[in-house]
Write a protein that binds this ligand. Structure first.
Ligand code: COA
Ligand code: AMP
Length: 634
């Protein structure tokens, strides 16, 4: 069947399509139907099905004879460690960990926050929660204690599972003090913590509250798989919205297993027993879907890589891992290849590695610039596939489905809509526009199985954030166009979200932190272009009258504030002091215009601007920082 046939089959009968795909999952009680739209605009998938995601990811493969096959290959150039865990070992360790959590009261529906670096135990913790029907919420290690506290208050977890430390190039980051500080800051107090002690820095454990990962498991019975309903949440993953309060994206068990299995075969073109590698982090959606769940649901081998594309030890690390472990399908963010290309523009470090087993590279998380795609294709000699998705969807909305057919690549486009997604470009009034016309990218409801049914404890926010602007559609927050062949092009975000090294960040959240500086009267943060990370946050700061402190000192304090409150991952280092911010006559800050001036892009004087002269001050401040190369509006 061609892609067109598959997409048409879904369009003709979505219910039959998704019931067919559901057969790839082992259900305790198979669902009688796929979609239930009785609560529209909230949609349920496989609501009366009963399953366990951990069983599908682990036990069933052991029962089917894959016990000795590698489930996880751990490769940590940053510590020098390497290990392989078979499906039998991973199942046994996960069941025992689940037993330890259950013995301390964690059960179905309870939340557990996981704050861990890229070690196999992070996956074990996720799977142990899934085994118990508990709901995990993994928090990326690059977030500071305050961000962790916000998530503790929102998810109200029974427990926190953490490692004693994470390791970044040149420094060890003690996680446990961050966990302690977060618990001290939050009004909700988890019942206990479970800590994986790492040799690089061990944590101090308080008797009766902090339990050692291994000791907690001694004498505990392995936990069986708890049956859960298709719509019971598997996890909550917080992602940036427009404010400092992150959105708790919910992932239901049933649709998640079905849709991920569909993608492994039809998009990534992987078969059970093959090695799949997603170089991301378990703290992001790519890590949830493609480091942990999808490869294991399929019975493939997943690579857990603890390192960076460059500097651990060099820009050849990715090539080594692909060659050494026989990776057939590889997934990362374009920024990783920009980093490699910068260090090794000629691709000299590729020489000597046997990459012959690699069949394709997939890129997502940010715009894939044609230069990076072409360079990478040249080094690897395999198709480089851009695909577009979001934390909210959990799998790609638009992709090139290599498992069905390899569609021609058009540089700059992540290709075409996947079954389940009716993607449309809408004008401001919510009307579909002609091919080739820019507009808001929206998806006709219902979204397919596995996508977010709502936000954790926030149905109204879910409706307001995604379903209100264009009734009958899900608003993606991205703008772009579709060409005559149905290829989608993603151009920009329509909200205050920026994308820094493939990490999704909220400029609104940074503004909230900066407004907390005692000398800052008003501020605006915009995303400016960066050759390595795609975008970087840049702040304009207006100070209180009479503030005598040197401007450089205030900028440095602001940088430290964001690092301490949000975390190093914000990569916030650029700030300038200005007298006033450009606004419309109704008082709206003209962030998009400032960003365009910074990038030296074409920009138009907004008709509604209150005082055009302010833009001159902005331009001068930006030029002092090395931005705003183009002088005037066109
Ligand atoms: N724990 C603690 N700190 C972390 C962290 C973690 N898990 N991950 C990143 N940080 C820190 C970094 O050490 C860095 O700190 P610094 O300001 O002291 O240098 C800061 O957060 C910013 O990190 P990052 O944006 O990753 O920048 P970098 O300069 O360390 O590395 C790249 C740049 C391009 C090599 C890196 O971003 C990368 O590998 N990206 C791959 C893309 C990716 O995985 N995207 C995920 C979505 S698919
Ligand atoms: P996240 O939820 O962190 O996965 O970020 C999702 C956002 O990243 C999307 O809404 C886009 O803005 C951006 N994004 C993800 N993949 C792509 C892509 N292939 N091309 C362009 N932008 C992308």
């Amino acid at each position: 069947m061609s892609y067109r046939d598959v997409y048409a089959a879904w369009q003709a009968d979505p219910e039959a399509f998704w019931m067919e795909q559901a057969k790839a999952v082992d259900w305790i009680k198979p669902p009688s139907h796929a979609l239930d739209d009785a609560r529209a605009p909230f949609y349920d998938w496989y609501a009366d099905g009963i399953l366990n995601t951990c069983y599908n990811a682990l036990d069933r493969h052991v029962e089917a004879g894959r016990g000795d096959q590698a489930a996880i290959i751990y490769d940590s150039p940053i510590t020098g460690a390497k290990a392989t865990l078979s499906y039998a070992e991973l199942t046994e360790k996960t069941a025992r960990l689940a037993g330890a959590l259950a013995a301390r009261g964690v059960g179905k529906g309870d939340r557990v926050i996981i704050y861990m670096p890229m070690v196999p135990e992070a996956l074990m913790a996720m799977l142990a929660c899934a085994r118990l029907g508990a709901v995990h919420s993994v928090v990326f290690g690059g977030f500071a204690a305050h961000e962790l506290a916000v998530r503790i208050n929102d998810a109200t977890p029974k427990a926190i599972v953490a490692a004693s430390c994470g390791i970044e190039p040149g420094r060890v980051i003690a996680y446990k003090p961050l966990v302690d500080a977060a618990i001290a800051q939050s009004s909700h107090k988890p019942d206990f913590t479970l800590i994986l002690q790492r040799d690089q820095q061990r944590a101090e454990l308080r008797d009766g509250y902090d339990f050692d990962w291994h000791e907690a498991q001694t004498g505990v019975a392995p936990a069986p798989c708890t049956p859960v309903g298709g719509m019971d949440p598997l996890y909550i993953l917080y992602t940036s919205g427009t404010t400092g309060q992150p959105k708790g994206v919910l992932r239901p068990n049933g649709g998640h297993a079905v849709s991920l299995l569909w993608t492994m075969t039809n998009i990534y073109n992987v078969t059970p027993g093959e090695v799949f590698w997603a170089a991301s982090d378990v703290g992001w959606v790519v890590g949830h879907s493609y480091i942990c769940y999808a490869p294991l649901l399929l019975g493939a081998t997943t690579v857990v890589f603890e390192g960076k594309p460059v500097g651990t030890p060099d820009a050849g690390t990715f090539w080594r891992v692909i060659a050494e472990h026989g990776v057939v399908s590889f997934f990362t963010a374009p920024t990783a290849f920009r980093a490699i290309k910068r260090e090794d523009p000629e691709g000299r470090l590729v020489d000597g590695y046997d990459l012959s087993r690699l069949r394709a590279l997939f890129l997502a998380g940010e715009r894939a610039d044609p230069d990076t795609i072409i360079w990478t294709q040249k080094q690897l000699g395999v198709p480089v596939i851009d695909h577009w998705w979001q934390t909210e969807t959990g799998f790609s909305i638009v992709a090139n489905p290599l498992g069905i057919e390899e569609l021609p690549v058009k540089l700059g486009s992540p290709t075409v809509a996947m079954p389940g997604y009716d993607v449309q470009i809408l004008d401001e009034g919510g009307n579909p526009v002609a091919p080739g016309t820019l507009g808001a990218i929206a998806i006709k409801l219902p979204l397919p199985p596995g996508t977010l049914p709502s936000l954790w404890n926030a149905d109204e926010r879910f409706k307001k954030a995604y379903l209100t602007t264009f009734p009958g559609y899900y608003e993606t927050g991205d703008a772009g166009m579709i060409d005559d062949d149905g290829y989608l092009y993603i151009m920009a975000r329509t909200d205050d979200v920026i994308n820094v090294a493939g990490h999704r960040l909220s400029t609104g959240a940074m503004e909230e932190v900066l407004a907390g500086h005692k000398d800052v009267a008003e501020c605006a943060v915009v995303g400016v272009e960066d050759a390595l990370k795609g975008q970087l946050p840049l702040a304009f700061l207006c100070l209180n009258k009479g503030c005598a402190k040197p401007e450089a000192e205030i900028v440095a304090e602001c940088v430290a504030l964001v690092r301490n409150q949000i975390g190093p991952v914000a990569a916030f280092k650029l700030g300038c002091v200005v007298d006033r911010l450009p606004k419309t006559r109704s008082g709206k800050i003209l962030r998009a215009t400032m960003a365009k001036i910074a990038d030296g892009a074409d920009w138009k004087m907004p008709a509604t601007i209150d005082d055009p002269a302010i833009l001159d001050e902005i331009r001068i401040a930006l030029q002092n920082l090395g931005y705003a190369k183009q002088v005037a509006p066109n």
